[in-house]
Design a protein around this ligand. Structure first.
Ligand code: GAR
Length: 219
């Protein structure tokens, strides 16, 4: 007879897979991260905090942001991280923007690209330069609900559980091998705002851990 899992030990609203307790996330050397962000930068801040708390052995070399209003830039300045604004409207082709990103990241000695709310489609220019060292976070349990409205799509579909995913990026939107996910229940009273807020609590938990796990997988 198989063992019955003790239900009391499982907190379904904060289920993270793989469970971090099962993985050694200590890194022998400091990762050099380049972050891409378009919005409020709360994931940027979560990564910066994990570094400051020494739970993630890494350094953010530079933040590139594409929206002049992005709060992520202010957060980077608070953490003494250099910032570069690349307004996507000034680049007629996506490849041109990615070419500039690669130039800046190389100049800042970046080895891992971390998309933290980067609302642009990645091209082969970035992936060829950084291979499988490009990470993304998305507010759904991929492959369900990719795109810019992952939270709203989950609500509209009537699913009872959604969550967030950190994955290696490929040429499709919010697609590529999954590194870590966290589940979040949808409550009957949820709006897109309340649900996204709870998903973001999990995003902030898993992104620093998933970066370390990615580095373990691709040393
Ligand atoms: C995050 O919820 C992230 O998952 C999402 O943008 C938000 C950025 O928040 N990304 C996507 O939807 C990618 N398709 P933040 O600026 O506070 O980190």
């Amino acid at each position: 007879m198989t063992d019955v899992v003790n239900q009391e030990t499982i907190e379904p609203w904060e289920l993270i897979s793989p469970p971090v307790e099962t993985v050694d996330l200590t890194l022998p050397q400091r990762l050099r991260l380049g972050v891409l962000a378009s919005g409020s930068g709360s994931n940027f801040a979560a990564i910066a905090q994990a570094i400051a708390a020494q739970t993630l052995n890494a350094q953010i070399q530079v933040l590139i942001y594409n929206n002049p209003q992005a709060k992520a830039a202010e957060r980077a300045t608070q953490y003494h991280v250099p910032t570069v604004l690349l307004n996507h409207r000034h680049y007629p082709h996506r490849e041109d923007l990615d070419g500039e990103i690669v130039k800046i990241f190389k100049a800042h000695n970046v080895e891992w690209v971390v998309m933290a709310g980067w609302m642009r489609i990645v091209t082969a220019v970035l992936l060829e330069a950084y291979g499988d060292r490009v990470l993304n976070i998305h507010p759904s349990l991929l492959p369900s609900f990719p795109g810019i409205h992952g939270v709203e799509q989950a609500l509209a579909a009537g699913v009872k559980i959604t969550g967030c995913t950190v994955h290696f990026a490929d040429l499709e939107v919010d697609s590529g091998p999954i590194i870590m996910q966290a589940a979040v229940p949808i409550l009957p009273t949820d709006t897109a705002e309340t649900l996204h807020a709870r998903i973001q609590i999990q995003e902030h938990r898993i992104y620093p851990q998933a970066i370390a796990l990615a580095a373990k997988l691709k040393p």
